[in-house]
Design a protein. Structure first.
Length: 258
């Protein structure tokens, strides 16, 4: 999928962020089309999270511009935050409230009436409606964090390494959830360390290193470019891997209890 300024829901231009002697983000620029799943990949310390936080209005921009849904982030970060959803970590939730109460609370903060049962059904957590976040499994916590991020019906959903630490079944189910969210018209921006995840979910990916974007294209074109330069693996990939064996033997159904 290609994009132009006219169709871009996110437009970042020459973003820069410095912490002392460290140039964490060094001239990053890209656009994300409405309805796209856009991935940002890179090793630890590449500047992925800092870049997203600047676009989200969560961190000040030293220089450059970020526009989300037509709104300049630096000029009106509050308006941007009303149009986006950000995946929260489990530690960000109030321990004493159950899932329904938490979703209703977040809805109140946005001035919205929330259909909490529907949101929980969308992320396969209906049976946990009256449970507290601390009692959930890892996969359940990740799915609930996405439900919470959808409370305000965001134009753009930001997911920061959403499947880290999940077992294969939970990871595959979360992939399906991301696809459903995209099919409902949301734009999704995610970071991940799993290359297979990026290939499965993303229309395009930006690869970052040392604060800069060093490649940006569709996964297929990036792979094709590498092969075109004469790259060949030392070991030929098989038609199945160990994860496929694991899923075939144990099934694809979620198992949220240890």
């Amino acid at each position: 999928m290609t994009t132009s300024s006219a169709s871009a829901i996110i437009s970042a231009r020459d973003l820069r962020k410095r912490y002392g002697a460290l140039q964490a983000v060094d001239g990053v620029g890209f656009e994300v089309a409405e309805g796209e799943v856009f991935g940002i990949l890179g090793p630890n310390g590449a500047g992925k999270t800092t870049t997203l936080e600047m676009i989200e209005g969560m961190r000040t921009i030293d220089s450059g511009t970020a526009v989300v849904d037509g709104i300049d982030v630096s000029r009106d970060p509050r308006a941007v935050k009303a149009r986006i959803g950000i995946q929260l970590q489990a530690s960000s939730f109030f321990d004493e409230l159950n899932l329904v109460e938490l979703l209703q609370l977040f809805g109140h903060l946005y001035g919205r009436r929330v259909d909490a049962p529907k949101l929980l059904a969308d992320v396969e957590l209906t049976e946990k409606a009256r449970s507290q976040v601390r009692t959930l499994s890892g996969g359940q916590k990740q799915r609930f964090s996405i439900a919470a991020a959808l409370v305000n019906e965001p134009r753009v959903l930001f997911l920061d390494e959403p499947t880290t630490g999940l077992d294969p079944q939970a990871r595959r189910h979360l992939w399906g959830l991301v696809r459903q969210i995209r099919e409902r018209g949301h734009t999704v921006v995610l970071t991940t360390h799993y290359m297979e995840e990026a290939e499965e979910l993303c229309d395009r990916v930006a690869i970052m290193d040392r604060g800069r974007i060093i490649a940006l294209d569709t996964p297929a074109k990036l792979v094709g470019s590498l092969l075109g330069r004469g790259f060949a693996k030392e070991r030929v990939e098989r038609l199945a891997n160990l994860e496929d064996v694991f899923l075939d033997l144990t099934g694809h159904d979620l198992r949220d209890e240890d």
